[in-house]
Design a protein around this ligand. Structure first.
Ligand code: F6P
Length: 256
């Protein structure tokens, strides 16, 4: 591994924590855009925080993406001696199966040797269809578990990278362009000053509920995500722990 320059990184962590009023910031050395092992380090650092924060009857809500998948890779049984259940944070937001919250949630639970629930909600349907799905007992049960989550772990992405990865329609792409979307998390798109400019319609955890969840862990790295992370952090609640890398933070600090 690489030598951690303790003083430099610690100073940067504290600077970012104060600037965005966060609970904690952990920066791992390197740039995950360039070296795959840095993403592994993000995963390891996240698992350490999870162990520290887990307490009582745990329900962990998770989003999807390759960073979340790297966290799953680092999980092992014995995370906590308390009850633990994984749930997806929200219904489908247009991702491929391998990047979906359901998939990540199932893999995390399998690796940790605990149970999970999935949320079978179709992507991009009308409000009427949503309304009737939500009444389904099997879906309703999972939705109420999500409302009781005491930990949320989520990724952050570049707005246009995410919009393309989700095959977003022309109309929404134009809207994102006009509104100058920069970052994305949970299916919400943010502009440079952290305002929500677009949101994917789905059930589950809504952005304004984040502040009421005791432990929120945002995990994102890579120089290409610096601006996206800055955009999201403008509105992130103060109970947020950010796990990131030097690549992302160097871009973020240069951008201001
Ligand atoms: O779609 C789920 C999601 O967590 C997004 O909210 C986020 O922008 C993205 O995945 C991050 O994906 P990755 O870790 O692959 O960059």
């Amino acid at each position: 591994g690489m030598m951690r320059e303790f003083s430099g990184i610690n100073v940067m962590e504290e600077e970012i924590r104060q600037r965005f009023t966060l609970r904690k910031v952990v920066i791992v050395p390197g740039d995950s855009d360039e070296s795959p092992w840095v993403k592994e380090e993000l995963g390891r650092a996240t698992v350490l925080r999870m162990k520290e924060y887990l307490a009582g009857n745990n329900i962990i809500a998770v989003t999807g993406g390759t960073t979340m998948s790297a966290i799953a890779d680092q999980l092992t049984p014995g995370l906590t001696s308390d009850p633990l259940l994984f749930v997806p944070a929200r219904g489908g937001i247009g991702e491929d199966v391998r990047n979906q919250a359901n998939t990540i949630c199932a893999r995390m639970a399998e690796r940790a040797g605990v149970s999970h629930r999935v949320l079978y909600m179709p992507d991009q349907v009308s409000e009427e269809v949503y309304a009737s799905f939500v009444k389904e007992p099997s879906i309703n049960e999972v939705l109420s578990l999500i409302q009781h989550a005491n930990m949320v772990i989520h990724g952050i992405g570049d707005a246009f990278t995410m919009a393309k990865r989700r095959n977003t329609n022309e109309q929404d792409l134009e809207k994102l362009q006009e509104e100058k979307a920069v970052g994305e998390a949970f299916g919400y798109y943010f502009n440079e000053v952290g305002e929500v400019v677009h949101k994917v319609l789905t059930v589950g955890l809504q952005l304004d509920q984040l502040a009421t969840i005791p432990n929120v862990i945002a995990v994102a790295g890579g120089a290409s995500k610096g601006k996206a992370i800055a955009a999201y952090l403008q509105s992130a609640p103060p109970n947020t722990t950010l796990i990131t890398d030097e690549g992302a933070m160097n871009t973020l600090l240069k951008g201001n």
